[in-house]
Design a protein around this ligand. Structure first.
Ligand SMILES: NC(=O)c1ccc[n+]([C@@H]2O[C@H](COP(=O)([O-])OP(=O)(O)OC[C@H]3O[C@@H](n4cnc5c(N)ncnc54)[C@H](OP(=O)(O)O)[C@@H]3O)[C@@H](O)[C@H]2O)c1
Length: 385
């Protein structure tokens, strides 16, 4: 049986943006390589029909996203945003000691803001990073806050520091972990869920009054909150019974959760912009907990596709300061590879919307239970809608 690689151009509907054409490489088996595979075309159209997003066959989604992944990871990362003044602005970035966070902090530093606050888990690693950043950029207004996102108590402990800030213009929720085993934190949550979603949500909520105060005091500034997510959310859905369950949070992939939270958050904040960003697949320390055999199995893929941490960090910068003339389009949005993109059809569909409402309610409950001040902020600023 012969095997060939064929490029088909398949029209499909992309929600809100009309018809677009996408080139898809399809591996075909058989003796008639010139005959279009009608069945496959139908399947692909069906997969992208926004009428049935929840029925989208995962395999086909994977074929499409893999092709887009190939394109996005080989097309070259767009250059870092230039020409934006950060004069006097205060920027907070979590996970700033290494990887994407460190490189993003460097991009901010060379643009001379008022101050950068690096939120790091480990005091020593954080201080080393601050010292290195000062040396590498010549920018010295850098502070270190130590926070372990695995502990709500640790997140809560920075409340006084937030109160003392003069202003807060950009908050980048970047810190995250990738684990291979199911592990539970002392707060009783699965560790990835807590570090990548629940603690960042609590952290954002505690900063909201300062962000809102900044937008009032500096009406020419629209503060931004950026959640670092990933393209993996395109592959994720949830069965309806998961939404009806009492603990929906425990059913879902963290990117889907985080992005749903950001979209809901945006609807309550008219003067602050909230968005999610996919930095792309990058070679960083994120695989530090990955078993050696898995790293080995991905060696070729990493060598072929991974961007550097600096290249990926440009997307964090883009989400934080880019497209200032298109603020409305960024609000609640999803950005990747230097463009304002669109999150998955599932998230935009009926089931995804139900999920968003449920996730919002559950995350606010967790944050409110974790801290009295968070509860007050939720009641004061986030309870409408
Ligand atoms: N690299 C990729 O391909 C990729 C793709 C999509 C999304 N992302 C996302 O991008 C973000 C940055 O990842 P990265 O690739 O730069 O990974 P990284 O090099 O491993 O950096 C992760 C950062 O998060 C911090 N962190 C981990 N656990 C923490 C905790 N409990 N409390 C506070 N900080 C904690 C780490 O601090 P320590 O050094 O002290 O552990 C580190 O500063 C993550 O949210 C990740 O999910 C990455």
């Amino acid at each position: 049986m012969s095997r060939s690689n064929t490029v088909l151009t398949v029209p499909f509907r992309e929600r809100n943006t009309g018809h677009v054409r996408l080139k898809i490489n399809i591996k075909r088996c058989g003796s008639q390589p010139e005959t279009p595979n009608i069945f496959l075309l139908r399947l692909l159209r069906f997969a992208h029909s926004s009428t049935f997003p929840s029925k989208r066959p995962k395999l086909v989604t994977m074929i499409l996203t893999q092709e887009m992944f190939h394109h996005n990871q080989t097309a070259g990362m767009p250059p870092a945003v230039q020409g934006i003044s950060l004069d006097g602005q205060v920027i907070i970035i979590t996970g700033g000691n290494t990887g994407l966070g460190y490189e993003a902090a460097k991009h901010f530093a060379i643009r001379g803001p008022g101050e950068i606050i690096m939120v790091c888990r480990d005091e020593k690693k954080g201080q080393d990073a601050v010292d290195r950043l000062k040396t590498e950029t010549g920018f010295h207004a850098i502070a270190l806050w130590t926070v372990d996102l695995l502990s709500f108590d640790s997140v809560k402990a920075i409340k006084d520091k937030i109160d003392k800030l003069d202003r807060l213009d950009i908050l980048v929720e970047n810190a995250g972990i990738g684990l291979y085993n199911y592990e539970v934190s002392n707060d009783g949550w699965e560790k990835i869920l807590q570090v990548n979603v629940l603690s960042p949500a609590l952290h954002m909520i505690l900063h909201l009054p300062k962000l809102l105060e900044t937008s009032k005091k500096h009406p020419q500034t629209v503060p931004r909150v950026v959640y670092v997510s990933s393209g993996a959310h395109f592959w994720e859905t949830i069965p309806v019974e998961g939404i009806d369950a009492s603990n929906t949070l425990r059913w879902i992939n963290e990117d889907l959760l985080g992005q749903s939270f950001m979209r809901a958050l945006q609807t309550r904040l008219p003067t602050v912009t909230c968005c999610s960003v996919n930095p792309g697949f990058c070679k960083t320390d994120l695989s530090r907990h990955t078993p050696a055999e898995v790293i080995e199995s991905r060696r070729e893929m990493t060598a072929t596709y991974a961007y550097t941490a600096e290249e990926g960090s440009r997307q964090l910068l883009y989400a934080a300061i880019g497209e200032r003339d298109k603020e409305e389009r960024i609000r609640g949005g999803y950005l990747e590879y230097g463009r304002i993109s669109e999150c998955s059809d599932f998230m935009l569909g009926e089931v995804g919307q139900r999920l968003e409402r449920k996730v919002w309610k559950e995350i606010l409950e967790v944050a409110g239970d974790a801290d009295e001040k968070a509860r007050y902020i939720i009641d004061e600023y986030l309870s409408r809608g």
